[in-house]
Design a protein around this ligand. Structure first.
Ligand code: ATP
Ligand code: AMO
Length: 466
């Protein structure tokens, strides 16, 4: 028997068949000297394996060896599938494996810094266990991240990072089907791409340089180079000063840039269709993963419309005012008013996913196109999930004189971005685009309370390892 069966595929149809599985020894338990149980876990799925002394197959030594296996060791098990008469508690699979052979492939240390079963419990389960007098250690976020290699093994985390993969994959496939080409832009650049202070500075062979705060400048240059429609998936660096639940110092940017024929609503149209496609796909194809996440971190499915709501910034301000929130009509929304507006939009329109557009020009980056009819506003938008921002986007200034004027007005060092501004002097098509924070999408779709839960190896002002 050389064919491997996956633990998640073990079911009653395999009754009395011999199978070969590989997984981790999640827990072991001896019953007297002739019997032991080992729960084997593979990718979040678990099955109970029974080891009993049998003349031709299993010796007493073997039972002793199994009972003494350290948790998380990797083992190969060969055995017969059986269906117990009573339902099995505590494993995902409803069959058992009667062990004939068992090999330890890799031994884990006898004591681990994190107990996976404890790390996999929900807040409710922890409360109940503590009330029942059970001894358990609450695994805090920092410990989880210090030992991410263990923390990653919980079913919820297996789910989260598969969902993260799917978001990136759908982003790529959808855009390819709409005629976008993937590009790769440099992360070492001469000047800031977004302005502001949140930039990592470094020495580039004697020249001052920065880690790119976005692919903004180069994706626009690619459009001036006749790429027409491009996207990029890559790291984005922001030297954030403060420690918040939704800011990282390095995150994955999903960026889009495209020619516009008439209006920036063409860009919002891509956002609309891309995300409705994405949410539908996640709900359909990631049911098991979403259930695993929900078991540990309960959340309600995202409410979204077939056609994404587009709300003007002015309308948003009006809704906030009517709800008694003091608001500057030409200022930015702070985190609190974004949340509040999210609530109001949900009550009025029944959606937790929407686009807010025509932001005041003063609060947008220098490359944003002012509105043709009123230069106090801009052809720009943000997109929200559950009251928090996941996307910024806009039509860009493609007129070099205006671009230079806007950069200066925003206090940008124009000398560091001359090649960018010059790109618009050789004929530049009207264009626009947007940037999505991958970790934010996963965090907010799954209703997680912290962006670190949606980043495999988060980088924040206090963390540079693992
Ligand atoms: P982006 O920078 O792309 O716009 P963002 O979510 O960081 O994404 P900002 O426009 O920077 O959004 O900020 C929106 C609001 O979030 C700010 O008005 C501010 O209230 C709050 N905020 C932003 N950055 C921080 C931070 N580092 N610490 C605390 N609050 C912040
Ligand atoms: P912006 O700065 O809004 O826009 O960034 C785009 C999106 O990236 C995410 N994001 C972050 N995620 C985690 N940690 C952070 N510190 C962080 N900062 C931003 C958010 C945000 O919506 N060049 C423009 C995009 C464009 O117009 O094309 C830009 O970078 O989800």
């Amino acid at each position: 028997l050389t064919e491997w069966t996956r633990v998640g595929d073990l079911n009653e149809e395999l009754k009395d068949k011999e199978v070969l599985i590989r997984g981790r020894a999640q827990t072991t338990r001896a019953v007297g000297k002739n019997m032991a149980f080992v729960v084997v876990r593979q990718k979040g799925f678990t099955v109970q394996c029974v080891v009993t002394v049998q003349p031709d197959f299993v010796s007493r030594q073997m039972v002793k060896f199994v009972a003494g296996l350290s948790r998380e060791s990797i083992i190969d098990v060969r055995g017969l599938v059986s269906v117990p008469s009573v339902p099995i508690k505590g494993t995902t699979q409803q069959v058992e494996v009667e062990v004939r052979k068992l090999h330890c492939i890799s031994k884990a240390m006898p004591t681990l810094p994190i107990n996976i079963e404890d790390a996999a419990r929900s807040e409710k389960e922890i409360e109940e266990a503590l009330q029942a007098g059970e001894q358990l250690v609450r695994v805090n976020q920092d410990t989880r991240l210090n030992y991410r290699v263990l923390d990653m093994r919980t079913p919820a985390n297996q789910g989260i990072f598969h969902i993260q993969h799917e978001v990136g994959s759908i982003f790529r496939k959808f855009l390819e089907s709409e005629g976008f080409d993937e590009i790769h832009t440099p992360k070492l650049i001469a000047g800031t791409s977004e302005g502001g202070s949140a930039v990592f500075k470094l020495d580039y062979k004697g020249q001052p340089a920065c880690l790119a705060q976005s692919p903004q400048l180069h994706k626009q240059i690619a459009i001036c180079g006749d790429k027409e429609r491009v996207f990029e998936v890559g790291p984005v660096f922001r030297a954030e000063d403060s420690y918040t639940h939704r800011h990282l110092c390095e995150f994955v940017g999903l960026d889009v840039e495209m020619e516009i024929k008439k209006h920036y609503s063409e860009v919002m149209g891509i956002v609309d269709r891309l995300f409705v496609t994405m949410f539908d796909h996640l709900n359909e194809k990631c049911k098991k993963e979403l259930d695993a996440v929900r078991r540990q971190y309960p959340f309600e499915p995202l409410k979204y419309l077939r056609k994404t709501l587009r709300l003007r910034f002015e309308e948003g301000v009006q809704m906030l005012k009517e709800a008694g929130v003091e608001i500057d009509p030409y200022g930015d929304l702070n985190t609190e008013s974004e949340r509040k507006l999210g609530q109001l939009v949900l009550e009025k329109y029944g959606t937790e996913f929407y686009i807010l557009h025509r932001y005041p020009l003063a609060v947008r980056p220098f490359y944003t196109m002012p509105c043709y009819d009123d230069a106090k506003y801009s052809n720009s938008f943000d997109v929200f999930i559950r009251g928090e921002e996941i996307i910024s986007g806009a039509q860009r200034v493609h007129v070099p004189e205006l671009l230079e004027e806007r950069a200066k007005a925003c206090g940008i060092d124009v000398s560091a971005i001359t090649t960018y501004i010059d790109s618009f002097r050789y004929g530049a098509p009207p264009h626009g685009g947007f940037g999505v924070g991958l970790e934010r999408v996963v965090m907010l779709f799954c209703g997680l309370n912290n962006i670190r839960k949606a980043s495999l190896f988060p980088r924040d002002p206090l963390r540079l390892a693992p």
